[in-house]
Each structure stands twice: as C-alpha cells, then as structure tokens.
Design a protein around this ligand. Structure first.
Ligand code: MGD
Ligand code: MGD
Ligand code: SF4
Ligand code: MO
Length: 747
C-alpha cells in the first residue's frame, strides 16, 4: 500500500520491450478480431471525441491502412456535415507518438517510485483484486469513479454493477451544473447538451460570457454565423473583446463579477417599459408581481455604479431584446461556474427568457427530441448504501456527482462518518487540470489506497496512478451509440477505422474484463461490443450493418412540436406547473426565490483578476500535445492591457511568472500579449496549457496553467459548483523558482 503518492514521469515506453504470457495474447487476439479491419470500406463512421458536441463524421483510410483524414458526415444535422478545426485535427490523437502504449504498474525501487510495463492480464488482475479488497473491507461505495466522455460510460456500467455509484464528472460542478439547476427551477427542464437554442432563426442573441467563436461548439458557431448574416442583433457582455464581441452590434465590457446587476437592471427595464410578452407571461408565468416589486429599484442607474455599463446602453439593449421577443435568446452559457452565485445568475438569465417569451418559441429555445436507446439486458444494479448523492447532501439541488466532494471525501477528517472514499478510477479526465485546488487533490491522492487511470495519453493525472491503462483512441474503437437530442432525433455510430495501435484497448473491453474477474458476467453477457450495438440498433429499427454504411440516422419527431402553438395549454415541470419567476423550490430549500445581487471581491492593489477561456484550435488539456493542433497553437499567452503593461514595465512577448493571492506560483512562465481587448483590471489566458508530464514531449512546459492559480473557490450553495473566477494574480518578471543561496531549487 502506498501512503504517499508521488508524481512520476511516464517515459515513452516501447511495446516491443514487452513480453506477454500466452493468456494475455489470447485475450488480445479475441478483442482484436476482425471488426477492426473491414476492408470493404475506405471510410468508417465515427463521432468526434475531441469535445462533447459529438459531431458525426467519416474516418478515411487509404489502401495501406493509414488514416488520412476525418470529415463531417453530410447528413448529420448536429454538425451540418462540417467539422471544426479540432475535429479535423483529431487524426493527431491517433498519430501522437507520445501515446500510452502498454499497461503500467507503479513500483517502488528503494526510495524511488517508478512505473514498469505490465501485461493486460497482470494489470487487470491487480485492479480486480483491489476492487474485491475494497469491497470486502470498506464496501464497494468506497471505490469512486471520476470520469468524462465515452470511456466513462463503460466504466460507469462496471461500477454500478460492482455496487458503487460514487461517481462524478467535471462537466457538472466545474461546468454547466448551475445553469441546469437555474433552468429546471424556472422552466422545469434542464437546458441540456447540445443547447436547444434556435440561433439560426433568432432576431436577437445575447451572450453573457459565452464566447462562441472561441468556444467552438460546432452547431452553435455555424448558426451564429447564419444569424449574423440574417442581421440578427448580437449583444455580447464580456470584460474582454472576445471573437463574438468583435462581431456584435453591442459589446458591453462589463466589470467582471457584476453580471447579476446588469441582468436585474434589464429585467427592470423590460418590466417597466412593458417590453415583455404579456400573453405568455400571463398564461405561463408564476410570481410576476413579486418579481416586479423585487426589481423596482434595480434601475440602470443603480446597475451603472456596479457594472460600469452606461444606463442608456442598458436601456437600449433591453429594448432590442424586447422588440425581438419572442425570437430572442439570452444564452444560458455553458461553463458557468464563476462566482459562486452562479445558479442565481442563471436564474436571472432564465427569468429574462421567460419574460421575453423565448422558451418554446421560434428563434428562442425549441423543444428538443432525442431517441432513447434501450439498455442491453442485464440484471438490476445492486443498491449502494451510500453514493455521490450522500456526499452532495449539503447542496440540496445537486443533480449529479460533485467531483470535488468525492475528492474531499477521500481525506480522513474531511469525509463524513462512514463515507470515506478509499480508491479511485479516473477515466478520461485530467483532474489536475480540470478540478481547482490542486492541494486538495494531492492530499486526497496521498490518502487513498489505490488509483487507476484510464487515458490515451501520459496526462498530468496519469503520473499519480498506481496502474495506468492505455485506451486506444476513438478512431480505433466502438463506443456507445450517440443519441442526440435536437430539432429531431438522430443517432450516430462510432466504429474502429483501424486496429488499435500498440497494446491499447477500448474501455468497453477493459470494463468487461474487470467485470468478468469480479464475477459480474451477467452484466457483460456478450462477446464483444458489436453484439451490444447490433442488438440496440435492432430495437430502434436499424442494425449495425446499416449504420456502418450510413453512420448517421435521422428520425422524425414523435413527441410533439418544436415550439408552443399560440395559446397552447402547457404544463411546465415545476411545482406550480408554470414558469417560476418566483421559485417555490428554491424558497422551500431556504434560498432566495428571486435572484439578488451581492458584490464580490475585486482585485487588491497590484493584482489582476484571472480570466480564462477557450481557443478555437484546442480542447482543454486533451489537445495540447496533438501534433496537428499543437502546430496551430503551441502555447498560451497572457492578455494584458497596454496601460497596465506600461505601469508594470512589462513588454509585449516578455515571459512572466504568476503568483496568486494565496502565494501560489505558476510552475512555468507565460508570454505576455499586450492588447486593448482586455480590461485593465484583468488578465486572460487559454485553459489547458502548462503540462507537467515530460512524456507529453511537444507540450511539456509550454505556457501556464490557469488551474494552478485557482485556489480560491467560491462554491455555489445551491448545487455545489466550484466558482473559479475569484482568483487574482500578480505578474513576476524574474523567475521565482531560481536557485536559492545554497544552490538548491526552491521548487
Ligand atoms: N481551470 C479550469 N478548469 C476547468 C475548466 C477551465 O476552463 N479552467 N473547464 C471546465 C470544463 S467546462 C470542463 S467540461 C472540464 C473538462 O475536463 P476534462 O474532460 O478532464 O478535460 P481534459 O483536460 O481535456 O482531460 C481529458 C483527459 O482525457 C484524456 N482522453 C482524451 N480522449 C480520451 C479517450 O478516448 N479515452 C480515455 N480513456 N481518455 C481520453 C485526455 O488525454 C485527458 O487526459 O474541465 C473543467 N475545469
Ligand atoms: N475550442 C473549444 N471550444 C469549446 C471547448 C474547448 O475546450 N475548446 N469546451 C467546451 C465546453 S465543455 C464548454 S463548457 C464551453 C465553455 O465556453 P463558454 O460557456 O462559452 O464560456 P466560459 O468559459 O464560461 O467563458 C469564457 C468567456 O467569459 C468571459 N468572462 C470572464 N469573466 C466574466 C464575467 O465576469 N462576466 C462576463 N460576462 N464574462 C466573463 C471571458 O472573457 C471569456 O470570453 O466551451 C465548449 N467549447
Ligand atoms: S465541435 Fe469540433 S471538436 Fe467538438 S465534436 Fe464537433 S468537430 Fe469534434
Ligand atoms: Mo464544459
């Protein structure tokens, strides 16, 4: 048992050096059997795993069996047949020579910890024995799964069969959780993914920090470009001149952390000037009169003092929305964990949409419809004694596992009585980059008994594992059927275009192998995943053969219209059956039934607010080493206003280190970009860089990591989101890590 978990480097290991026992060879032979080499196709259907928009496409393979390109599937309405630059660059994930190649097991050599190569048999046996041990000693609930993306789905099935629902993913408490709670307490529905925003038909699109254009969620970007061509009014609220802001009719360079005041002032104007959709509000709304009183004094003049946005601009933009109503979208955003009052900010956004009558209306939000894919038959999952829900109890409206609470519950003294997490499987998520508060993660990793990482790359988190399982990339495997909720239902198939490189394997195979070892055969009662897919597809009137040829299948809607009909009787899934301007659910749980503005700290003298976001050619940390995408952008830069640069005597292209309000230093320096596009009180960087694992040879040490600087977390009391935008940094021109007087490294 390891009591201290040191980060260890994963060196580029060669598969050739490995000798296999006969058992594991036969295992591989089974899994690698011909589905991977369907010679009659030169293009194979897939859906993209570079981000979670899941565009469907074709992987092209030449006669020598080499992947040449990936392009969009022409009948995929999700992507309109076009991939974004990252999707096209997905080929690089397959070709990346730094990929994980073989299973690895941590060993201690004297005082040193290191990895050694292992056979699949050995690695899987070890994990299964640990799973049995944890179950016997503490209960299955103590083995947590932290996951994201396709591999996570397969592992989720394994964990639920094993008896653990201690499961969480960063797409909730680090991403869109607050907006889902906000919309479900208002309209009785999550926004969901992809967002059912009818952007192509809108007359007015309001983006509050949603930087579509840098945020490259494909369908939205394309529809926004159509909306611009159709002369829709674009209003962007962002302290930074984002790409979207540069295309907007109105750019409101708001003082960071004050959006709620602007939203309330907009609500004030829309009610005061009677710009709201009266019939809609009367028929569907609950609590309008309370809201009217609530915002009575929240005038544009009041908001001006807080937001720095001029009253006449607030009025003008409110009128634009009112005149476009109901074909108007106040976008719910996606990564919305900013300042801890994010559910309440999301509520203000939802209320605005409710007033403008945009929910269920053309040019606003449509009612999406998806196809539910029948589950391959298996016995019922055992009921765990406790689960993620138990760990999230202090957040009454948490609707999914809270990653950081699972992590916290791994630390004795922090965990609730009887609910200590003792082991983790981490599948498809790089926790070191995606979860703030690295100290907490390190303490937790030191405390747990065992940790498995399933990844395609030697990511930061892989360096902390006891066992690393190398997954093949999405181009080399089957996965679950993509069922997209959209204007109409559609499904897409992902199948291997080539055999997995090296000794890599798909996650479905790993899950089955572990399941068999744990005596859970009935949950994995199939030979391979083709069998599961074919069975599922046949239940919905298709087949694996058909899907291999077409890749995407579109279905007609069955569950009602895209929009509300004029005056339609409609019951919303809230306590009152209405759109709740006044939330009865929040009130019952002890929270403000209507959103209030509360001020947040501003940067102290000498510090800037740390702002971060996306670049069009990268997805988080998963693409930074991708050879194709690395060529397009190989490091992140720090946006700094020239005025601030002048005062600090910091020049354009100069490298600086960062130090945050808690004295945390950035491991690596970052290049300054002086630009008027950022306010003087903030700096901005793209998330995902500052890779600490040397085995990621192209990207190691390039750029800085925003996550390192995020140690102040403003937690949303309603659903547990980790607000990450309340961190402040100062810029250091000298290397703070340089050797001290005794010639020893400080860090
Ligand atoms: N500081 C900060 N933190 C953030 C954000 C931010 O902007 N700043 N953004 C937040 C948001 S919105 C989100 S959604 C999350 C994203 O959080 P994550 O999904 O954890 O993001 P990545 O950093 O891309 O880590 C993905 C990991 O999965 C691996 N991987 C990629 N493909 C596969 C595969 O096919 N199989 C397996 N097994 N592994 C694979 C990659 O190599 C990488 O190690 O992060 C959140 N955290
Ligand atoms: N290329 C690319 N596209 C992606 C992703 C990716 O990794 N790469 N990830 C996808 C995922 S999972 C997500 S969740 C989305 C996230 O993307 P979005 O939800 O669109 O954006 P955020 O990351 O929340 O916000 C970034 C913007 O907020 C602005 N901002 C910062 N502080 C404030 C403030 O106080 N007020 C206001 N009004 N604005 C502020 C920043 O300047 C920046 O422009 O992107 C998705 N699309
Ligand atoms: S938006 Fe781009 S990266 Fe995301 S799934 Fe689509 S093609 Fe892939
Ligand atoms: Mo996200």
């Amino acid at each position: 048992m390891l009591t201290r978990r040191k980060f260890i480097k994963i060196s580029a290991l060669s598969a050739a050096a490995l000798s296999f026992g006969a058992g594991s060879l036969s295992l591989l032979a089974k899994a690698n059997k011909d589905p991977y080499a369907l010679k009659k196709f030169s293009r194979f259907p897939t859906y993209c795993e570079v981000c979670f928009w899941k565009c469907a496409g074709w992987t092209h393979v030449d006669e020598s069996g080499k992947i040449t390109k990936i392009i969009g599937n022409e009948i995929d309405t999700h992507s309109n047949g076009r991939f974004c630059p990252r999707g096209t660059g997905g080929v690089g994930m397959y070709h990346d020579t730094d990929r994980l190649r073989v299973p690895l097991i941590r060993v201690k050599k004297g005082e040193e910890q290191t990895f050694r190569e292992a056979t699949w048999e050995e690695a899987l046996d070890l994990i299964a024995s640990k799973m049995k041990h944890i179950k016997e000693k503490y209960g299955s609930e103590s083995f947590a799964l932290l996951k994201h993306g396709s591999p996570g789905k397969h592992m989720e099935h394994l964990f639920k069969a094993y008896g653990s629902d201690t499961i969480g993913e960063p797409a909730y408490a680090q991403c869109r959780g607050p907006r889902e709670t906000a919309f479900s307490t208002t309209f009785g529905e999550w926004v969901g993914s992809p967002e059912p925003t009818d952007i192509r038909d809108t007359k007015c699109l309001v983006l509050i920090g949603s930087h579509i254009g840098e945020n490259m969620h494909n369908g939205q970007v394309q529809e926004m470009s159509d909306a611009i061509d159709n002369k829709a009014t674009i209003i962007v609220v962002d302290p930074r001149l984002s790409t979207a802001a540069s295309k907007a009719n109105f750019w409101l360079p708001i003082k960071p952390a004050t959006d709620l005041a602007l939203l309330l002032a907009w609500i004030h104007v829309i009610i005061e000037e009677e710009l709201y959709d009266k019939k809609y509000v009367e028929q569907y709304g609950h609590g309008f009169d309370d809201l009217k009183v609530h915002v009575q004094n929240m005038t544009p003049e009041w908001a001006y003092g807080i937001t720095t946005i001029k009253p006449d601009i607030i009025r003008k933009t409110a009128r634009e929305m009112g005149h476009a109503s109901p074909a108007v979208i106040v976008h719910p955003g996606r990564h919305v964990v900013w300042y801890g009052d994010d559910t309440q900010r999301g509520r203000a956004v939802a209320i605005l949409n409710g007033l403008l009558g945009s929910w269920g209306r053309r040019g606003g939000f449509f009612f999406p419809e998806g196809l539910s894919i029948p589950k391959y038959p298996h016995p019922k999952y055992p009921k765990p004694n406790w689960s993620w829900e138990t760990l999230a109890e202090k957040y009454p409206l948490a609707e999914m596992g809270i990653t950081n609470e699972i992590i916290r519950s791994s630390i004795p003294g922090e965990a609730q009585e009887g609910h200590l997490v003792k082991a983790w499987m981490v599948a498809g998520t790089n926790l070191i980059k995606s979860i703030p508060n690295k100290r907490l993660i390190e303490d937790a990793m030191n405390a747990i008994e065992f940790m498995v990482v399933v990844d395609t790359m030697p990511s930061d988190i892989a360096g902390y594992a006891d066992v690393v399982l190398p997954e093949c990339t999405y181009l080399e495997r089957y996965d679950g059927i993509r069922s997209a909720s959209h204007r109409h239902p559609s499904i897409a198939l992902r199948m291997p275009a080539v055999k997995p490189k090296y000794e890599t394997q798909p996650a479905w195979w790993m899950a089955k192998q572990l399941g068999e070892r744990l005596g859970l055969h009935d949950y994995f009662n199939y030979k391979d995943f083709e069998e599961v897919l074919d069975w599922q597809l046949k239940q919905i009137g298709s087949s694996l053969d058909e899907m291999k040829k077409i890749g995407v299948k579109n279905f007609d809607r069955k569950e009602g219209n895209l929009y509300l009909a004029e005056g339609e009787i409609f019951e919303f899934n809230t306590n009152t059956g209405k759109i709740e301007f006044y939330s009865t659910e929040l009130e019952a749980k002890g929270f403000d039934p209507m959103p209030k503005y509360t001020p947040h700290p501003q940067p102290p003298q000498g510090f800037f607010r740390l702002n971060y976001g996306r670049a069009p050619m990268h997805t988080f940390s998963r693409t930074v080493n991708n050879p194709n995408l690395h060529d397009l952008m190989d490091e992140n830069v720090l946006w700094l206003n020239p005025k601030a640069g002048k005062i600090l005597d910091i020049k354009d292209t100069q490298y600086v280190w960062l130090k945050n309000q808690d004295g945390i230093l950035s491991t690596f320096p970052i290049k300054v970009r002086l630009t008027e596009r950022i306010r003087w009180d903030s700096v901005y960087m793209v998330h995902g860089f500052g890779q600490t694992n040397k085995s990621m040879s192209k990207t190691y040490g390039k750029g800085a990591a925003d996550t390192e600087m995020i140690t102040n977390i403003m937690t949303d009391p309603i659903m547990g989101g980790t607000g990450m935008r309340g961190n402040f940094v100062m810029l250091l021109s000298e290397n703070p890590h340089k050797t001290d007087t005794k010639n020893k490294k400080v860090i």
